[in-house]
Design a protein around this ligand. Structure first.
Ligand SMILES: Cc1cc2nc3c(=O)[nH]c(=O)nc-3n(C[C@H](O)[C@H](O)[C@H](O)COP(=O)(O)OP(=O)(O)OC[C@H]3O[C@@H](n4cnc5c(N)ncnc54)[C@H](O)[C@@H]3O)c2cc1C
Length: 389
């Protein structure tokens, strides 16, 4: 496959890389310890055009194609905190694509444009205490009342959730209709009845904030509904595709960083009289892991190419063929990245088990990838259906 990246993509890639290496990575220990990265990171990323390279110029983006988003996702792991990377990807590729796809001019001006500038922090609020993979089982209800909707319910695991300025929220507008009864809303977090119940303590991604939310008689004007009523589940399935590719390319890039570090460590570390890297065992292991990472990248790029062709070239919805490729990429990448992390920790021996070595953090952080944005199991179930099995 010819590389999809042009000189423009490379320039953008360099900007993101420098931002990560110079302005973010030096704070890794502090922000991981504090379990939060500061809000200025969103504003600075906005200034640099990190969020908007793939969004149209009319909303303040740079009007680029989807490969800009892929390039960004590959560079963000260089900040060496999966939590920061994830917080920024939620802003650019998870909470906002649905606004770009469906939003009215007013909605884009009020929510999308300031999110692209990094002035308003966004979160995607779908998962609930009683409904994760089974999105159609959500229990948050939005009841129409005159010119408003009144929303009651709860959400959990919401990234950027403790400090978001608005959430892109999925609720039931027809509780009897399952998947066909969900709608999307844009909810400013200063709306009366919106509450952050608690900040969740996680085993990894420490620098990102993850929250549980609840809503009590929260009145949201009907003009904040995104798209058509009861079409939210279909919109979410489209929205998931971008999230999943970007998750893959970002995870693969983290895996490549882990491999580089494993090689560097194995060159230095001697056991039984010679460096570990001179052992055929580790040479072959590192070759195999490199092959698997490259295979994952090739599959993820095929998914990204499908996404770019469907959405950016044809201006259409993501096709089922592309959805299948993206789902396969996420399944495969999940298994590969877990193996890469595990073996890269193993080559460090006991030192890999210490907090002071970045591999320890990377090993913990990568575990989320097989869970978030669609678990490996539910994606297998979905692809089996697409294959007519
Ligand atoms: C750190 C973090 C950040 C997150 N950020 C966000 C966010 O910003 N916004 C948001 O909305 N959500 C977010 N999530 C939620 C995430 O998307 C969900 O955790 C995920 O979708 C899985 O849902 P669940 O945790 O309820 O697991 P469940 O759906 O309860 O699944 C539990 C297990 O059962 C398996 N399973 C489920 N169905 C089947 C089946 N039919 N057959 C076989 N096995 C099955 C699953 O694969 C999984 O292994 C985040 C989660 C985490 C941990």
């Amino acid at each position: 496959m010819a590389t999809p990246f042009t000189e423009e993509h490379q320039l953008f890639r360099n900007t993101v890389r420098q931002f990560c290496e110079r302005e973010l990575a030096p704070h890794a220990v502090e922000w991981e310890r504090d379990e939060l990265f500061p809000n200025w990171v969103f504003r600075r990323a906005g200034e640099l055009g990190v969020f908007g390279a793939h969004y149209p110029e009319q909303v303040g983006g740079a009007g680029g194609d989807y490969w800009f988003s892929v390039a960004k996702s590959e560079e963000l792991p260089r900040c060496r905190m999966a939590g920061v990377s994830m917080g920024l990807l939620v802003q650019a590729d998870m909470a906002t694509p649905v606004i770009n796809d469906l939003g009215t001019r007013e909605q884009k001006d009020e929510f999308l444009a300031p999110a692209i500038r990094g002035e308003r922090i966004a979160a995607l609020a779908v998962t609930e205490p009683n409904a994760g993979s089974d999105v159609a089982a959500i229990e948050t209800v939005a009841r129409r009342d005159g010119g408003d909707y009144v929303i009651d319910g709860a959400k959990t695991f919401i990234t950027n959730g403790t400090r978001a300025d608005f959430v892109t929220l999925l609720a039931k507008t027809d509780p009897q209709a399952g998947a066909h009864g969900c709608s999307f809303f844009l909810v400013p977090t200063d709306t009366k009845g919106y509450h952050v119940s608690k900040k969740l303590k996680k085993i990894g991604n420490h620098s990102s904030d993850t929250a549980e939310l609840h809503f009590e008689a929260m009145r949201v004007p009907a003009r904040y509904r995104l798209g058509e009523e009861n079409m939210g589940f279909m919109y979410l399935m489209q929205n998931f595709q971008s999230e999943r590719i970007i998750g893959c390319t970002s995870a693969i890039s983290s895996g490549a960083i882990m491999l580089d570090e494993a090689v560097a460590y194995a060159r230095d570390r001697k056991a039984f009289g010679k460096p570990l890297i001179k052992r055929e065992y580790w040479q072959h292991k590192l070759v195999d892991l490199t092959a698997k990472l490259e295979a994952a990248r090739a599959l993820a790029y095929r998914g990204a190419a499908g996404y770019n062709d469907d959405k950016y070239v044809a201006g259409a919805d993501v096709s089922l063929e592309t959805v299948k490729l993206i789902s396969l990429a996420k399944i495969f990448t999940g298994d590969v990245i877990s193996e890469v992390a595990d073996q890269c920790l193993q080559i460090h021996g006991g030192w890999g088990y210490l907090e002071e070595f970045p591999i320890a953090r990377a090993w913990r952080d990568q575990r989320l990838f097989r869970i978030g944005g669609g678990t490996t199991e539910t994606l297998r179930y979905y692809v089996a259906k697409l294959m007519g099995l």
